[in-house]
Ligand binder design. Structure first.
Ligand code: ZN
Length: 237
């Protein structure tokens, strides 16, 4: 058997670069049989199909779905108890001060129904502003981050990518910030009152979640779940 010469190897390489669909015709998620968007001529993604790209935008993982709120609740409580009993630690004080800084720099709150089409940076700021206006204590925001770290550490089938942690924590903040709820009333000519209600929650997906998650992770830098989990195991029956 003879090794292919340099020219043959170069020719093979050029062929692969020129026709990526040869290498990635099908979505990388096993056992998904969909074609990649690049192969279908619908997009530039050479690795994943449209359905799994959308999953990634919503959940921060190509395969793992988001944690449900009731699934995260006990971890939020554990994290909050730990923070309350370690309030004097410089890392905790730093994290809380950083969240206060994010609140202070978020500008005026923008109502959810005015955010459609705005850039992700504006929408991320609007979430911080709503948390501030709702007077959500910064410690609860730090607890949200730690809750996700604790949940991932406890998960028998975790997605250990930083991206997943950040998106999951951002989704939690998104829920904590809530939506916009409005109610109008007007008196009709016959004297009865007609009321109109509007409920709008910003969509929880895409770049805004990454921006929120990045800010939160930076604010909580240095806090780590393993010592919290160890202490919780020690004190909880
Ligand atoms: Zn797929």
């Amino acid at each position: 058997m003879t090794a292919p010469n340099r020219q043959q190897r170069l020719a093979a390489l050029h062929h692969r670069i020129a026709s990526p669909q040869d290498a990635y015709e099908r979505c990388r998620v096993y056992p998904c049989a969909n074609r990649t968007t690049a192969d279908k001529g619908e997009g530039l993604n050479r690795l994943y199909c449209r359905q799994h790209i959308e999953h990634y935008r919503r959940h921060g993982s190509y395969v793992k779905s988001s944690y449900r709120s009731q699934e995260l609740r006990p971890y939020r409580q554990t994290a909050l108890r730990w923070l309350q009993s370690h309030e004097d630690l410089p890392l905790v004080q730093r994290a809380i001060a950083s969240i206060r800084g994010l609140y202070a720099n978020a500008g005026a709150p923008v109502e959810a129904f005015r955010l459609a089409g705005r850039p992700p940076r504006d929408r991320a700021r609007a979430i911080w502003a709503r948390l501030r206006v709702k007077e959500v204590h910064p410690m609860l925001v730090v607890a949200a981050w730690l809750a996700v770290l604790l949940r991932v550490a406890d998960d028998p089938q975790p997605d250990r990518h930083e991206e997943y942690r950040r998106v999951q924590a951002a989704k939690l903040l998104h829920r904590m910030a809530g939506g916009t709820h409005k109610r109008w009333e007007r008196v009709l000519p016959d004297g009865t009152v007609e009321s109109t209600e509007l409920h709008k929650h910003p969509v929880s997906r895409g770049r805004v979640l990454r921006m929120l998650g990045d800010s939160l992770a930076a604010a909580c830098d240095g806090l780590d779940a393993s010592s919290i989990a160890a202490e919780a195991r020690h004190t909880d029956p």
